[in-house]
Ligand binder design. Structure first.
Ligand code: ADP
Ligand code: MG
Length: 847
């Protein structure tokens, strides 16, 4: 088909009008309409770019290259001339380039060197429905630029789906154009029964499904979606074993494939073809002639891995929306069909849409790039969708620990400035820079690669394998990485052969994956001008490098008997039993696993540990070390002790007893211990409590006396005074209390106490009856009936302001009546009571 017949050309005039009038456009049209290949050309050919270029942002490297190749061919030029592309580690562009396909990080970093994006006339945000975090941020930065110094900058957001609500209001005012496109119906079918992926791998399920479809006589080419390169190769193998694929071309398509092979998947083939692709074929790339889609329903998704503190690619089920996009690939040129390798019931359980990346991944790299662009307050950044506070705080903490931003001012440091140039997670940037410092760049790159794959050494191998491993690799080292490095070298020397690897319990597949990652890290180190060490570095150098990169996971063993550790930032964990650094007191862990038991209890296991020399902390992090004297009440010894603590950030590295604690601090701690009931003072008798109750009552009843009541704080002060000069429970156990208590009152006040709130009350019969005082109930006078004869009215104390509650006792000392109205008692209650009691106690006097 000639390009001008593509559906997007129906909108060409409207696109030009929107870009001219508003410089903003939201464009949605189905896959294959011509958005990615034609819109940049329309802008260029209609003169909207002036002398500048259009940058087309792609979420995938593979798509960037393929699109550039295609558009260059359409325009009859060489790739890298008028049309070029630029992705993380490669690219083809020149001074003549006017249409530039880039992956998302590239443009965001370009703001660093050219804050006004000089030379860029338009930015196309392609595949925006995928909501990759770099796309979000770049859009925000571009919008800021357009609102300030570059109102002429054209922004076009493009998407295959119509779900554009949030972006639409974010870009307001912004014209919206959409095209229904041409789409034929696609019949979707599901598996009748769920398949257990552990019993039957997904590639076998796909091959079986393919076999059946071909027998049923389907027409056209077939597109199979698989999550990654490995699954794609296994699928191709499985398909190759089928007799029905004879005469078909079996074509893989994924980003690590050599470019020539990628191109082959898109070229028309002589016979029929089956393309096995990652989700690059979901919406980014259109392959003509496809009538059948077989969907594994899986994709590799970037997600924060809390164990390793980095982003990892996990294989996960795709959303319903993504599955619909994939199915749509079968209906481009004629009615098609799509077989989903999961059941209809499982489909109902899937998420409607993908969670946007900003809610899934670790933001350290993003926050660092923003800081480098002068955005120190990331919370005030105009996010399209704000990340969670937890994710932001985590990113800032890590950047602080790594020394990229100043923890107090929040500003980028010189080191952070260096780190931001590395197109990778800041932890790895720090590791490579430390590699430069200690002369172990190569080892740093290898270790970085080793942390990105599955463990190269299989855990808990059979005994004879373990013995062979120990024999060849040793079982003592100062870092678990030293073993991994040896294992990887061994695997490499044996060409990653399965049997050779199995002999030592080495994961051949994981080891193989390490190699290209290692090469990538080396390449990036070189690109940043780091020196690759010729000779292998000393172990000490490598350990220091590891310390620097994982300083946020420094751990100290709690004791010698167990593997328990305290970590910086108030965390705790346990060193892995199979770690080779079990002898060390101080380690850094590169991986922290949380293992949840059935009981809900969580075990935090520290893996990939490296022994650390405490002296290195003083050498490398003098500012993070501090000393503090701690005075504490030691519950077991029941005494106050003074310790000198050495800390790395909040982690206590060492504790030393030091001389006698300061008196004042000791007294305060003893007072607290007494108040908390952790020890008792023998002399603090009920009489003391009575005295305090009398004082507090009088202070309330007669405020004019100016007495200071004794509340909780005053008790603490009294105890403090009492304990001054003492260091232990033993020393204060027998201390007399009265002298301190009496000194509480001013001269003369003691006399008031005796006068107005007496301990005893004189009764007519000559006895002195005790008064019980309490904080919140009226005072009680307790007396036998016989002693109360002659007392006609309720007695009062405290300058007659407070009536006493009279507790009237029978001759056996049991209360028979409690009253605040004695007159009424004598008159109404007493006569009957007297009769009853007289019978029981005839010998007593009864008036
Ligand atoms: P959209 O971005 O809207 O999905 P594209 O611009 O990628 O659409 O593609 C438009 C059309 O151009 C496709 O339908 C396809 O026919 C063709 N096309 C695009 N890229 C290639 C390619 N690399 N090889 C062959 N045809 C291609
Ligand atoms: Mg496209």
């Amino acid at each position: 088909m000639t390009q001008s017949l593509l559906p997007i050309y129906e909108l060409a005039d409207a696109i030009v009008a929107a870009c001219t009038s508003q410089a903003r456009l939201l464009l949605s049209a189905p896959t294959g309409s011509g958005k990615s290949t034609q819109v940049p050309q329309i802008l260029l050919d209609r003169g909207l770019l002036g002398d500048g270029e259009v940058v087309v942002l792609q979420p995938r490297r593979l798509a960037a290259r393929l699109l550039a190749t295609r558009v260059a061919a359409e325009r009859g030029g060489a790739l890298g001339a008028e049309v070029g592309y630029q992705v993380r580690l490669e690219g083809q562009t020149s001074a003549a380039t006017r249409i530039r396909y880039v992956t998302e990080g590239i443009l965001l970093r370009r703001f660093l060197t050219s804050p006004d994006l000089a030379g860029v006339s338009a930015i196309l945000f392609d595949e925006f429905h995928e909501r990759h975090v770099y796309g979000d941020i770049t859009l925000a930065r571009a919008r800021m630029l357009q609102q300030t110094t570059r109102p002429d900058l054209i922004l076009v957001v493009m998407s295959a789906t119509l779900n554009t609500g949030a972006v639409r209001s974010y870009l307001e005012p912004c014209p919206v154009l959409s095209s229904a496109g041409r789409q034929y119906p696609v019949a979707v079918t599901y598996l009748p029964r769920p398949v257990d992926a552990r019993r039957q791998p997904i590639w076998d399920t796909a091959a079986t499904a393919f076999d059946q479809l071909v027998r049923d006589g389907v027409e056209g080419d077939v597109l199979i979606f698989m999550p990654g390169a490995y699954e794609i190769m296994r699928t191709i193998e499985a398909l190759g074993e089928l007799t029905c694929t004879r005469g078909w071309s079996l074509l893989p398509l994924y980003s690590e494939l050599p470019p020539a092979e990628q191109d082959r998947a898109l070229r028309p083939a002589a016979g029929r073809k089956v393309i096995v692709a990652t989700n690059v074929a979901e919406t980014s790339i259109t392959i003509d002639g496809v009538r059948v889609v077989i969907d594994s329903g899986l994709a590799r998704m970037a997600r924060f891995d809390p164990h390793r503190g980095i982003n990892t690619l996990y294989i996960e089920p795709i959303s319903q929306a993504a599955a619909d996009q994939r199915a749509g690939r079968a209906g481009r040129t004629a009615p098609g069909q799509c077989l989903r390798l999961w059941t209809a019931a499982e489909h109902q359980g899937r998420a409607a849409y993908e969670v946007s990346e900003i809610r899934r991944i670790d933001l350290a790299e993003i926050v660092l790039v923003l800081h480098a662009q002068g955005i120190d307050d990331v919370r005030a950044f105009p996010w399209l969708e704000a990340p969670t506070e937890v994710a932001l705080a985590r990113a800032e903490h890590l950047l602080g620990d790594l020394g990229a931003i100043d923890s107090t001012s929040g500003q980028l440091t010189a080191l952070g400035q260096q780190m931001v140039a590395f197109p990778m997670h800041p932890r790895y940037a720090r590791m490579l820079l430390a590699g430069q410092t200690y002369g172990c760049t190569r080892e740093a790159a290898l270790i970085a690669a080793l942390t990105q794959t599955q463990d190269v050494l299989i855990r808990r191998p059979p005994r004879h394998v373990q013995a062979a491993r120990d024999h060849l690799l040793g079982d003592r080292a100062d870092s678990d990485f030293f073993l991994l490095m040896l294992a990887w070298r061994y695997a490499q020397q044996h060409g990653f052969q399965l049997d050779a690897c199995q002999r030592l319990g080495i994961h051949a597949g994981a080891s193989r994956q390490v190699t290209p990652l290692y090469q990538q890290f080396l390449h990036m180190a070189q690109q940043q001008g780091l020196t690759l060490n010729e000779r292998s570095a000393s172990q000490e150098a490598i350990r220091k490098c590891l310390l620097t990169a994982f300083i946020d996971q420094l751990a100290l063993r709690c004791d010698e008997g167990t593997l328990r550790c305290d970590l910086v930032h108030g965390r705790r964990g346990e060193l892995a039993r199979d770690s080779v650094v079990r002898q060390s007191r101080l380690v850094v862990a590169s991986e922290i696993d949380e293992i949840e038991h059935g009981s809900g209890e969580i075990n935090v296991i520290l893996r990939l540990a490296t022994a650390i020399d405490a002296a290195w902390l003083a050498e490398l992090y003098p500012e993070a070390l501090s000393e503090r004297t701690d005075v504490a009440f030691d519950s077991s010894g029941k005494r106050v002790i003074s310790t000198r603590l050495t800390l790395f950030r909040d982690l206590v590295l060492s504790t030393k007893f030091t001389g006698t604690p300061p008196e004042d601090a000791a007294a305060a701690l003893l007072a607290t211990a007494v108040l908390a009931g952790r020890m008792t003072l023998k002399q603090w008798t009920p009489a003391i409590e009575q005295w305090i109750a009398r004082l507090n009552s009088l202070a309330r009843w007669c405020p004019e006396l100016g007495l200071a009541p004794i509340g909780l704080e005053e008790r603490r002060a009294l105890l403090h005074q009492l304990c001054l000069g003492s260091m232990s429970a033993k020393e204060i156990a027998d201390k007399p209390i009265w002298p301190v208590l009496k000194a509480w009152l001013a001269p003369g006040q003691a006399a008031c106490l005796d006068a107005y709130v007496p301990e005893r009350f004189p009764l007519p019969g000559g006895r002195n009856a005790p008064i019980r005082y309490a904080e919140d109930t009226p005072p009680v006078l307790s007396a036998r009936i016989q002693d109360l004869y002659g007392l006609t009215h309720t007695p009062r104390i405290a300058r007659d302001r407070q009536p006493l509650t009279v507790e009237i006792l029978a001759p056996n000392q049991r209360p028979v009546q409690v009253t605040q109205d004695l007159a009424s008692f004598w008159q109404h209650t007493y006569p009957a009571l007297k009769k009853a009691l007289q019978k029981r106690y005839p010998k007593h006097e009864w008036r």
